[in-house]
Design a protein around this ligand. Structure first.
Ligand code: ADP
Ligand code: MG
Length: 646
């Protein structure tokens, strides 16, 4: 080395070997190579196929590391650098030109050229501008908006040279750049490399062709991994050089990553749509199922609440027998005794049955209930028209009936006035004296508005035949007395019957119990839906894995042009996340839409904030969790292998 040289040489490799283990044998692709390349040189590395040229280039370009020996760039030992520093070297110091161009098909020439600048944090507009200038300079200005498929081989190679230069590379590494070109295009490319060299770039041209090698100022011949011949190195140019150790670049910003992800997803839109489907269905199912479950719960609770609050229900049956409806233990006398307890405001003994009521030629099958005049007080129920029966009606066993809204609507369809009409019930005639206010709680078996009420005394003889009661409903003066009165009712009944052949329930505990059962249902539905979301997540992972293996070349290229493993990891993570967020959002809309539609068909629906938030959060989590394995696989890809594939 010349003594006046203050700067270390650009590239200095000493005793570098690269051995491959191929089965039992060791292939010495490079064998003890020592070589110095100075700034501003135009070097051709020449040799037959299999002589180790590409191996040398991969080591020079920091895509591969030597098995032994030392490689310095600007005086810094590459072995001491972190992977991120190596990425920075590939980004700023080296520019690759490949035999097969390695342009990304979905991107325009301009975007291909601009790609490496993404990793150098050049803002989008500036990098496209710079790309445009470079393409102009290489005579491709008019082709900037074309995709690689629309360009000739020579044009594509010039695009790839522009790409190698976008970050102001000091060294252009060209591996057989003319290998795939016809001789005219080849000459153009060589002339271009010569021009770049004259403008100050160091060019390392790799070729098997001695004719091509002649274009360089210095020829190094290699055979079987050893340097065979080397025309003397040119003295280093007196030009400023960066001799600081390379500093790693920060990762590509979030917005930039999302833009990259969106482009990739749009290019593979069909695959993206399939991936989305799993997430959309999963999130949609969670939202719709939870709305249905919640709706069912609200409905049942409304129905219970519409019976009235501060109520105690006294029913026949043991404390733990459920099917106790037919036990004949509860009597009218029990009701009278209970009504005398302190804290009790009203008591309504009830006896239920189902029966068909007839007016003219119209029938209605509903719930017939015998009770006392206090019933409407117990139930806080008002009259829509007419009156409720009185104690006199009770005493005289009057054949009168009070009907619910639904019954009235079903029987008196021609706008007849119900009050005063005679109806048939169990082959006896009753006069309608009142129509109850609508309770509104409609659905399933216990529509309160399908009720038909007759005096208990009348019904005992004519309808029910037997004496016992189905329920005694007790209204307590105030809610705080509920427990107290419940206890005294239990005491009294135990005293009267001598055994516990009854049970007392209060509506509060009923609401609680029903609410719990319904919650269980809701969560059951929700978890079935959540499983589908999980399956959707596996779908995301599956398709991302396919995507990674399909895009190996893209990943390899991004790494060769300066992307850090972390950038690749991030890119694929964000792709998965974008899919899941988008799928989640569409799924939310779908779920709400389906639930709303079901609501139109009289299925009870209730929306609450939690299920959609949970479902969306799960979708995002699915993206993070299931996107990670493919993303990690992508980031660990070896760019040499990826780029070597056809
Ligand atoms: P060239 O580019 O000059 O054609 P290469 O550098 O690609 O040669 O290969 C040099 C030698 O190393 C060849 O014998 C090749 O078979 C071998 N080689 C290259 N890559 C690998 C690898 N990944 N594993 C095993 N052997 C390899
Ligand atoms: Mg090769």
């Amino acid at each position: 080395m010349a003594s006046d040289q203050s700067q270390p040489p650009l590239i200095q490799i000493t005793h570098v070997s690269r051995h491959y283990q191929a089965g039992d044998t060791v292939v010495k692709a490079l064998d003890d190579v020592t070589l110095t390349i100075n700034r501003g040189e135009f070097v051709a590395v020449m040799g037959q196929s299999g002589s180790g040229k590409s191996t040398l280039m991969n080591i020079l370009g920091c895509l591969d590391t030597p098995t032994s020996g030392c490689f310095r760039v600007n005086g810094h030992n590459v072995a001491d650098m972190t992977p991120d520093q190596l990425a920075a070297l590939r980004l700023k110091t080296f520019g690759f030109v490949f035999q097969r161009y390695q342009l990304l098909a979905p991107l325009t020439a301009r975007e291909n050229v601009a790609l490496p600048a993404t990793y150098a944090h050049v803002p989008s507009e500036e990098r496209l501008e710079r790309a445009e200038l470079l393409l102009d300079k290489l005579g491709l200005g008019e082709r900037a908006g074309h995709k690689p498929g629309e360009l000739s081989g020579g044009q594509q190679q010039r695009v790839s040279i522009a790409r190698a230069m976008i970050n102001g590379a000091e060294v252009i590494l060209a591996d057989e750049p003319t290998g795939a070109l016809d001789s005219d295009s080849g000459k153009q490319v060589l002339a271009l490399l010569k021009q770049l060299n004259e403008e100050g770039s160091t060019v390392i041209l790799i070729t098997h062709d001695a004719e091509v090698a002649k274009h360089a100022d210095r020829q190094i011949e290699i055979r079987d991994g050893r340097i065979q011949a080397d025309t003397a190195p040119a003295p280093t140019l007196d030009m400023p050089a960066t001799t600081d150790a390379p500093t790693a670049f920060a990762s590509v910003g979030l917005i930039e990553s999302v833009v990259i992800a969106l482009k990739a997803l749009r290019f593979n839109w069909f695959r993206t749509a399939l991936t989305l489907l799993g997430i959309i269905i999963g999130v949609g199912a969670v939202v719709a199922m939870m709305a249905i479950g919640e709706g069912g719960k609200q409905q049942v609770l409304n129905r219970i609440e519409s019976m009235g609050t501060n109520l105690l229900l006294l029913r026949p049956g043991g404390g733990n027998t459920r099917s106790s409806g037919e036990m004949a233990t509860l009597t009218v006398q029990d009701g009278e005794a209970v009504s005398r307890l302190p804290g009790v405001s009203y008591v309504a003994p009830e006896r239920n049955s189902r029966a068909t009521i007839r007016f003219g030629n119209r029938d209605y099958n509903g719930r017939i209930q015998g009770t006392t005049p206090d019933y409407i007080h117990v139930r806080d129920w008002g009259m829509a028209r007419g009156v409720f029966f009185t104690q006199q009606d009770m005493d005289s066993m009057a054949p009168v009936i009070v009907i619910g809204q639904t019954v009235a609507e079903e029987l008196f369809t021609n706008g007849e006035e119900p009050i005063g009409q005679y109806v048939f019930l169990k082959s006896a005639v009753y006069q309608v004296i009142g129509v109850l206010e609508a309770k509104g709680a409609t659905s399933g078996g216990s529509d309160m508005d399908e009720m038909m009420l007759i005096p208990l005394s009348t019904g005992r003889v004519r309808v029910f035949g037997r004496d016992h009661l189905s329920t005694i409903t007790i209204k307590v003066e105030s809610t705080d007395q509920l427990d107290e009165v419940q206890a005294s009712v239990e005491r009294l009944m135990l005293q009267r019957h001598g055994r516990e052949d009854f049970m007392v329930r209060n509506t509060a505990s009923l609401i609680e119990a029903v609410g719990e059962t319904q919650d269980t249902m809701t969560w059951l539905l929700g978890s079935v839906a959540a499983i589908s979301l999980f399956v959707g997540g596996i779908g995301v992972m599956n398709i991302m894995l396919v995507s990674v293996s399909e895009r190996r070349r893209e990943i390899g290229l991004r790494m060769a042009t300066g992307a850090k493993p972390g950038d690749i990891l991030r890119q694929f993570n964000i792709e998965a996340l974008v899919v899941c967020c988008f799928g989640g959002a569409v799924g939310l809309l779908l779920g709400v839409g389906v639930a709303w539609l079901l609501g139109q068909f009289n299925i009870a629906i209730a929306f609450s904030l939690l299920p959609p938030v949970l479902a969306f959060a799960s979708a995002v989590l699915v993206g993070i969790v299931f996107g990670h394995a493919p993303a990690r696989q992508a980031s660990r890809l070896n760019p040499i292998d990826a780029l070597a594939e056809d």
